[in-house]
Design a protein around this ligand. Structure first.
Ligand code: PMT
Length: 495
């Protein structure tokens, strides 16, 4: 996704300036055109020639020197930028940007560009925590800059705290997220599961499997890079958390089930790449099981099938890890679990399936279309799956959706409810006729009820849902989507 993108990389004068060489190198290797601008003090920490050799482009260090094609017309560089990233950004540069000062090339470009701006601060912990720096960062955030928070650790001064430049992967991940913000999944919410569930046997042992999480993480990152808001439900893995993705940590099938139900209450698609245990120990030993008998029998019981169970108005994608009759078995799972798409995964080949970076899959969809893909990287497989999700989403008829404000608008009222205005009253059943409402904490049976004090409105009876959302204030917006008129609805927050 970085191919042929222009990234303006601003480097300012801090000890972490040398790390900008790594950022420039990785961006260039990924196909981006990297235009480096160094402040004068940055050139004291790392020489421009290093950046020039890494990027193969002239490095701008002085606004008045004809060092590059952009030197005179800095506006051209500001226009050419797909993203402007400043890494490291010193306290001084942050203050200067917050004040709108344009006394060097970097300041001019930041003011002139319409591209998203990423700022990765790096400085001494006290400087970072100083209220002036924090206020300047807040100002930038309020103006739409994306701040990549510094990492915690040891600094050049010997102090330990927040202030180290974020990891290269984190900064590049944020740049990718910015590039993809208008992608074909912009505005969509995608839930992805990854890794292998772990079912405890005793306090130190569990039943697990060989899933590394790579496939699911690749799907999550690819969806993020195409503009989706991604919730990644993951078991413990050795992989770094993807930037710009909501990561929900789980261990067991039951924890994953709960997280999937919650996340899909607002999702447009669910992609279950996780390898989920089909059985778990009937009971978990409280103390570590001793090896004092020659054999040990564990009684196992079935776990819930999350993918089969979870339902709603979202695109459902499953994986099928198969070692024989791959296509037939995958077709059966597609039907049994009522999926839109299944990714049949051949796990017999050493370069496909568990643990490796590549995968060989066949995509089978609900209309019977079968597409066998060659051996690809997991990221490429992820994009192929998402291509199909985009197609399905385009075909999905939009749900009838009604937006409400929580009532009453006064924040002093303790209880909130949802009033249904008269003009959409016909979309709901008669008073006292129960209907189902899906929420992020489960599905409730509720009724429409008249309220004496609001004769022109009808309100939904209060449910535990309100108690589960103490953050909601009266007047906040919520939406109800009609899944099945008169029978089933979905309640959404954060619209
Ligand atoms: O993580 P990696 O090392 O990159 O490996 C990738 C992978 C091989 C784990 C992945 O690509 C894969 O194939 N995942 C699905 C593995 C699996 O559990 O397949 P299954 O055939 O047992 O299950 C079918 C589908 O139902 C899966 O989407 C699974 O998430 C889901 N399921 C299964 C059992 C269960 N109790 N609940 C479920 O939701």
């Amino acid at each position: 996704m970085l191919t042929n993108k222009t990234i303006v990389l601003g480097i300012t004068g801090g000890i972490a300036a040398y790390k900008a060489a790594d950022i420039a190198s990785k961006l260039t290797q990924a196909g981006a055109r990297v235009e480096v601008i160094m402040t004068e003090s940055a050139t004291k920490f790392i020489i421009p020639l290093t950046l020039r050799n890494i990027t193969g482009r002239a490095v701008v260090t002085d606004m008045f020197e004809l060092a590059s094609e952009f030197s005179v017309e800095h506006v051209a560089l500001a226009d050419a930028a797909d993203v402007v990233a400043i890494a490291p950004a010193t306290a001084n540069t942050i203050a200067s940007l917050a004040a709108g000062i344009a006394d060097d090339m970097l300041g001019c470009i930041v003011l002139a560009t319409r591209a998203p701006i990423v700022v990765a601060p790096s400085m001494d912990v006290n400087m970072f925590e100083n209220p002036i720096t924090q206020e300047n960062l807040s100002k930038l955030k309020a103006r739409g800059f994306t701040i990549v928070d510094p990492a915690y650790g040891r600094m050049a001064s010997g102090k330990v705290g927040l202030g180290r430049l974020a990891e290269t992967e984190t900064i590049i991940g944020t740049i990718k997220q910015m590039l993809g913000r208008n992608g074909d999944l912009a505005g969509k919410r995608i839930t992805v599961t990854a890794g292998g569930t772990q079912e405890p046997i005793d306090p130190v042992r569990h039943i697990g499997n060989r899933s590394s999480g790579k496939m699911g993480y690749a799907v999550a990152e690819a969806a993020r890079d195409r503009g989706a808001a991604v919730s990644l439900i993951t078991t413990p893995t050795c992989l770094p958390e993807p930037v710009g993705v909501e990561v929900i940590h789980v261990q067991t099938v039951s924890e994953m089930r709960e997280a999937v139900i919650k996340a899909t209450a607002r999702a447009d698609a669910l992609i279950m790449a996780a390898a989920v245990a089909d059985y778990k120990p009937k009971s978990v030993a409280k103390a570590k099981i001793k090896k004092d008998s020659p054999s040990l029998t564990l009684e196992l019981v079935r776990t819930p099938d999350i993918l089969a169970e979870v339902k709603g108005n979202f695109i459902k994608v499953g994986f099928a890890a198969e070692s024989e009759d791959t296509i037939d078995n995958a077709r059966r799972k597609l039907q049994e679990k009522q999926l839109d798409l299944i990714v049949a995964n051949d796990i017999t080949s050493p370069d496909s399936g568990f643990g490796v970076d590549t995968n060989k899959v066949t995509l089978i969809d609900r209309d019977g279309k079968v597409e066998s893909l060659p051996l690809l990287t997991k990221r490429e497989v992820a994009d192929k799956i998402l291509d199909r999700v985009v197609e399905f989403l385009a075909k999905k008829p939009p749900l009838q959706r009604i937006e409400f404000s929580l009532w009453p608008p006064s924040s002093t009222e303790r209880y909130k409810r949802i009033n249904i205005p008269e003009d959409v009253r016909h979309l709901f059943p008669e008073d006292k006729v129960p209907f189902l409402i899906e929420t992020d904490i489960g599905t409730f049976s509720v009724c429409v009820k008249r309220h004496e004090n609001t004769p022109s409105h009808i309100h939904l009876r209060r449910t535990n849902w309100f108690k589960a959302h103490p953050e909601l204030k009266a007047g906040d917006k919520v939406a109800i989507e009609v899944i099945e008129p008169m029978k089933k609805y979905r309640l959404k927050v954060g619209i």
